[in-house]
Design a protein around this ligand. Structure first.
Ligand SMILES: NC(=O)c1ccc[n+]([C@@H]2O[C@H](COP(=O)([O-])OP(=O)(O)OC[C@H]3O[C@@H](n4cnc5c(N)ncnc54)[C@H](O)[C@@H]3O)[C@@H](O)[C@H]2O)c1
Length: 372
C-alpha cells in the first residue's frame, strides 16, 4: 500500500477518534459554511492544503477503485448547474455545484456548492457538507498536486489571471506546496486584485499587480488562469507562452467557456483529470477527438509520463472532477470529527419500525387515561 493511503484498511477509510457527541440512529453529520470555515481556521490554511493534497493524491492513486462518469450539466443562458457523482464501492459521493459568472450582480458568488458522502452498503447519507469554501481549497490543492508533478521544480514565479473567489486559494496552494515566492496578478476588475493583495498581506508572498495579461505573464514559471466569463475567450495566446512554462487552466470548464487560444494547446503537453469530461468541458474542447492527452493519475503513478525536459510546456486543463470532491469531503469530515464541529441532523427519519413510515404523520392517539 502507498504510504499516503495508510488510513485505508480493506478499502474502508479509518477515521481518527471523534470528539463529536455519539451519533443518534440514522443521523447525518452536517457541516455548514460557517463551521467549515471555523474548521479550516482552527487547523490553518497551510495544513489544510497539505492535508487535501495528500488526500487527493491517495485517491488519485486508487483511480481504478472508482466508478466514474462525466458530470451531468444543466445549462442556461446565465450559467450552469451540475451534479457530480462518484463511488469507490464503499462510499458514494455527489456534489451539487453551479457556475454563474454574472452572479456578483446578485451579490452571490460565481460558484456555490454542497455535497454528500453516503454509505454504499445502506445508502444512508453519512455527511452533508458545504462545498463552496471546500471547492476552492480542493481546486487549489488539485492544481498544486498537478503542478508538483508537472512544473519545473525550480518554479518560483506564478502569474495569476483572474483574481476572484478562487484566487487567494490558488496563490497559497502554490506558495505552500510548490514554494512559489512571487505571484503576479491581473484581473479585468482591478478591485478583485486589490482584494486579493489585501487578503494575503499577512503572508511572505510577493504580490504584484499588472495592467495587462502580457506584462503579467512575462517571465513567469507558472501561469494560472482562473477567470469567469461565459465566452470562448483566448486570454493566453501563443506568443505569451515560453519554453519551460507550466499552465494551470482552471476557468475553462464548460462548453463554450474557454481561456486558451487553440494554438496554446498545440504548443503544450496536455494533462487532464478525467478525459471524457475534459473533452466536453475543458479548453480541450477546441481540439480534435484524437488530440493526445494524459490523465493526471497516470503521471502520479508513473512520473516519466509527465514533464520530459526543462523546455516542455505543460498544461493542466482542469475542469474539476467528482473524485476531488470525494477526497475533499472525506478530509472535511475528518476535520469535523477531530474538532467536534458540525451537528447530527435527522436528514432521513429514524424509525423504530422501518416499515412504519406512516408513523411520522399518524395522528396522535387519544390519551385514554386522561379521558377517563
Ligand atoms: N477547474 C475547477 O475545478 C474549478 C473549480 C472552481 C471554479 N472554477 C472556475 O474558475 C473560474 C473562477 O472562479 P471564481 O470562483 O474565482 O470566479 P469569480 O467570478 O469570483 O472570479 C473570476 C474573476 O475573473 C475575472 N475575469 C473575467 N474575465 C477576465 C479576463 N478576460 N481577464 C482577466 N480576468 C477576468 C473577473 O473580473 C473575476 O474577478 C470560474 O470560471 C469557475 O467556473 C473551476
Amino acid at each position: 500500500m502507498h504510504p499516503m493511503c495508510e488510513h485505508f484498511v480493506h478499502g474502508r477509510i479509518v477515521m481518527n477518534a471523534s470528539t463529536l457527541p455519539v451519533r443518534p440512529a440514522a443521523h447525518t453529520l452536517f457541516l455548514g459554511a460557517l463551521q467549515a470555515a471555523q474548521a479550516v481556521r482552527n487547523h490553518g490554511v497551510e495544513a489544510c492544503l497539505h492535508g487535501m493534497v495528500d488526500t487527493l493524491h491517495c485517491d488519485f492513486l486508487r483511480w481504478h477503485d472508482f466508478a466514474k462518469c462525466a458530470r451531468l450539466a444543466s445549462h442556461s443562458s446565465d450559467g450552469v448547474i451540475e451534479l457530480m457523482p462518484v463511488s469507490d464501492g464503499t462510499t458514494y459521493a455527489f456534489k451539487y455545484v453551479n457556475g454563474h459568472p454574472y452572479n456578483h450582480h446578485h451579490a452571490l458568488p460565481t460558484v456555490m456548492a454542497f455535497g454528500v458522502l453516503a454509505d454504499v452498503a445502506t445508502g444512508l447519507p453519512d455527511f452533508l457538507c458545504e462545498l463552496t469554501l471546500t471547492t476552492a481549497l480542493r481546486t487549489a490543492a488539485t492544481s498544486a498536486l498537478a503542478a508538483r508533478a508537472l512544473a519545473r521544480p525550480d518554479s518560483k514565479v506564478m502569474a495569476l489571471i483572474g483574481n476572484g473567489a478562487q484566487g487567494e486559494f490558488q496563490a497559497l496552494a502554490f506558495h505552500h506546496i510548490l514554494g512559489v515566492e512571487e505571484v503576479r496578478l491581473f484581473d479585468t476588475d482591478p478591485a478583485a486584485t486589490r482584494k486579493l493583495i489585501h487578503n494575503l498581506q499577512h503572508t511572505t508572498l510577493k504580490l504584484i499587480a499588472y495592467s495587462s495579461v502580457a506584462d503579467c505573464v512575462r517571465g513567469a514559471d507558472i501561469v494560472t488562469t482562473a477567470t469567469a466569463s461565459k465566452t470562448k475567450a483566448s486570454i493566453l495566446t501563443p506568443e505569451l507562452i515560453k519554453p519551460g512554462m507550466h499552465i494551470n487552466g482552471v476557468g475553462g470548464d464548460c462548453p463554450n467557456k474557454t481561456e486558451l487560444h487553440p494554438d496554446v494547446l498545440h504548443a503544450c503537453r496536455v494533462f487532464v483529470e478525467f478525459e471524457p469530461q475534459t473533452r466536453i468541458e475543458g479548453d480541450l474542447q477546441h481540439m480534435p477527438q484524437d488530440f493526445a492527452v494524459t490523465e493526471l493519475w497516470q503521471v502520479l503513478h508513473n512520473p516519466v509520463l509527465g514533464r520530459t525536459s526543462d523546455a516542455d510546456i505543460t498544461l493542466f486543463d482542469s475542469v474539476g472532477f467528482a473524485l476531488e470532491d470525494f477526497s475533499a469531503m472525506r478530509y472535511m469530515r475528518q476535520l469535523a470529527h477531530q474538532q467536534g464541529l458540525g451537528s447530527w441532523i435527522p436528514l432521513v427519519p429514524a424509525l423504530t419500525n422501518p416499515k412504519d413510515l406512516f408513523s411520522l404523520i399518524r395522528p396522535a392517539e387519544p390519551n385514554l387515561a386522561q379521558g377517563a
